[in-house]
Design a protein around this ligand. Structure first.
Ligand code: FA5
Length: 331
């Protein structure tokens, strides 16, 4: 019996020392295989007397079961370790991926447009909109630009192949929204209309074929050029800061009389053209069923993309549409 106690201790040590299933299998064969002590002892039982045989047989079976239990337990332990190691290996570390996800934001032209709307809404204007595809009536005729008028040529219009020739077009300015508003609303009118406009202009440092304008229109009693100048001055200070100055220069637009172009001052003392403006021409008021003897108005229109170029001191207006994320991310 003492032999088996020692055998069990040896078997327990051998099982514990086995680090892999393969090593454990080899040790198991050594303690339970056909040349193992318990196997050989069983074979020799026949040579014993019947009484002794029963006692020895029971001892051998107990020893064998105990050794089998030892190896089974060790096998489970090794398998559990292997599973734990595999799980650890397969675990995904997502920390880095989450950290590199960037949030998008509004394009800087959209930011400028939103800010312009806020400034004008703060001054008592409401925001109006019109279609990007227009008819000759809204884009030209109602604005006092008859089809023989040379000013039509200066708008470099993109026509749509629909209806009569040159009858339907992508709007070349936001001024048609003036007409649509005056047709639908009774004065007094105080609106701004931002939106996309299109011309056959080739893209260069200061031009885009598709760009954005914002139109302003006021129609009320007793409106003068002084109201126009004051409104532009107030808006420019709200948008650019109190140190920026404005000036009006005489100019010509068929839909305003008198007409002017307005400039803003730059840090180096030079002036930069922002847009056109003037007192709404009596013909335009009449075209919309408004009596010019009773009502007067002023209007202005300028480029939002050019405004963004000035505000963010960009070298080239095309930066706005190149969609280079490294550029856009800065604003
Ligand atoms: C007009 O479009 C007039 N409708 C403005 C107006 C409205 C005058 C109301 C009087 C009363 P003009 O063609 O100058 O005017 O364009 C106005 C502004 O749009 C320009 O000063 C410039 O800022 C911008 N602009 C014109 N063409 C382009 C272009 N190709 N790319 C970017 N901005 C442009």
């Amino acid at each position: 019996m003492t032999d088996y106690d020692e055998l069990l201790r040896d078997a327990a040590a051998a099982a514990t020392a086995s680090a892999t299933l393969e090593a454990l299998g080899q040790e198991q064969a050594r303690f339970l295989g056909k040349n193992a002590a318990v196997t050989l002892a069983k074979r020799d039982l026949g040579s014993l007397a019947p009484d002794a045989r029963a006692v020895a047989g029971r001892a051998i079976n107990e020893a064998r079961e105990a050794i089998e239990a030892l190896f089974a337990e060790r096998r489970r332990a090794i398998e559990a370790e292997a599973r734990a190691a595999q799980l650890e290996n397969e675990r995904l570390d997502l920390t880095e991926t989450i950290e590199t996800v960037r949030r998008g934001h509004l394009h800087l032209v959209t930011q400028a447009r939103d800010r312009l709307e806020d400034v004008f809404v703060g001054m008592g204007f409401t925001v109006a909109e019109g279609p990007e595809v227009e008819t000759a009536w809204y884009n030209f005729e109602a604005l006092n630009i008859a089809d023989w008028h040379p000013a039509r040529g200066s708008f470099d219009t993109i026509f749509v192949d629909l209806g009569a020739p040159e009858e339907v077009m992508l709007r070349s300015h936001t001024s048609p929204v003036q007409i649509r508003t005056m047709e639908q609303q009774e004065p007094p009118i105080y609106i701004v209309a931002p939106g996309r406009t299109f011309r056959t202009d080739s893209a260069d440092a200061t031009h885009l074929p598709a760009f954005n304008q914002i139109e302003g229109l006021v129609v009320d009693r007793g409106i003068t050029m002084g109201d126009l100048a004051g409104t532009i001055d107030e808006f420019v200070r709200a948008f650019f800061g109190a140190e920026v100055q404005t000036r009006l220069r005489p100019s010509y637009f068929p839909f305003t009389e008198p007409s002017a172009e307005f400039d803003i001052s730059r840090a180096d003392g030079s002036w930069l053209e922002l847009g056109g403006c003037g007192m709404v021409h009596p013909n335009v008021l009449r075209n919309c069923g408004i009596d010019p003897e009773e009502w007067q108005g002023f209007a202005f229109g300028f480029g939002i993309d050019r405004l963004a170029v000035m505000r963010y001191e960009l070298d080239d207006i095309r930066e706005l549409v190149n969609n280079d994320a490294r550029f856009l991310r800065q604003f």
